[in-house]
Design a protein around this ligand. Structure first.
Ligand SMILES: [Zn+2]
Ligand SMILES: [Zn+2]
Ligand SMILES: [Zn+2]
Ligand SMILES: [Zn+2]
Length: 281
């Protein structure tokens, strides 16, 4: 579903992993935000050719997105195409209390116009709600995590400050994309450690096949051929895959999901999962 707030406009777009001519082991340099006062936020587009959903940079200056041309070379299929970038956001319907997703189209408007939006929920509710991104927020101290609606521009791996209930204090915490329930769009089944920012990044085996092993880090824009392994076979960013059953996503009951843990300290360093041998196939 798209939310509309204004006429479409045309301008200049870039996919982080730009162009097929940039294959090879060249490491793309980091675009430092604030450079020349132009920075970008990550949006997505859906390729009309290979139907992959891919990241795209959408530039802004002085708190307002610039008019830009959304034409990219799809990193998945190397096709040049005009795309309509969108931001996938979450909101909690005030009527049915369910978490819903929506797509906000990229527009040359102030960034803060993406904080609230008029939505229509399939329960019949229609009105203005706060929007953002539902994230798993893992405490850097005890690695307990909870699901929270964060700023719409937050990305996986960002550092945030949050009140941690187990710690009973405000802590530094890191965001991760909430794990999806089975079915529909499958969660990434592989992962790799970015050779530039050294964070563990999820990747779809399917996507990897299409790109012949080329990966693009959505956090730092590094592009290269990483060593890929099955998801969860290495547990550096600990909270990524807690041992045992991840409780189903229950945004509202997030705090209750950790009861019956018994000894919480046992979870500080989750053990590697042995039943998934690394298999670089
Ligand atoms: Zn494509
Ligand atoms: Zn609703
Ligand atoms: Zn904590
Ligand atoms: Zn990276």
């Amino acid at each position: 579903r798209y939310l509309h707030f204004g006429p479409p406009s045309v301008a200049h777009g870039h996919e982080p992993r730009s162009g097929g001519h940039r294959m090879g082991h060249k490491h793309s340099k980091k675009t430092s935000p604030g450079e020349k006062h132009t920075s970008f936020k990550l949006f997505e587009y859906q390729c009309s050719n290979c139907s992959a959903k891919r990241p795209i940079q959408y530039f802004y200056r002085n708190g307002t997105f610039l008019p830009q041309q959304p034409r990219v070379v799809c990193g998945g299929c190397n096709t040049s195409l005009v795309v309509e970038p969108f931001k996938t956001v979450d909101y909690e319907c005030p009527s049915c209390r369910k978490w819903q997703r929506a797509r906000m189209p990229a527009r040359p408007i102030p960034l803060n116009m993406y904080n609230v939006s008029v939505v229509s929920c399939n329960c019949g509710f229609r009105g203005e709600v706060s929007i953002g991104r539902l994230m798993d927020v893992a405490c850097s101290h005890c690695w307990a995590h909870k699901r929270e609606l964060r700023d719409v521009w937050i990305e996986e791996g960002d550092e945030v400050k949050t009140y941690c209930e187990p710690c009973q204090d405000y802590r530094r915490a890191y965001t991760q994309a909430p794990k999806k329930k089975g079915g529909g769009d499958p969660a990434a089944d592989m992962e790799y450690t970015c050779e530039n920012c050294f964070r563990v990044r999820p990747i779809h085996a399917e996507e990897l096949l299409r790109s012949e092993g080329l990966a693009s880090c959505s956090l730092c824009k590094w592009v290269g051929y990483p060593e890929v392994r099955p998801r969860g076979s290495q547990q550096q960013s600990s909270a990524a895959t807690p041992k045992g059953h991840a409780s189903g996503p229950s945004p509202k009951g997030a705090s209750s999901s950790r009861r019956s843990t018994g000894d919480r300290k046992a979870r500080v360093k989750p053990a590697p999962i042995d039943d998934e041998p690394p298999d670089p196939a």
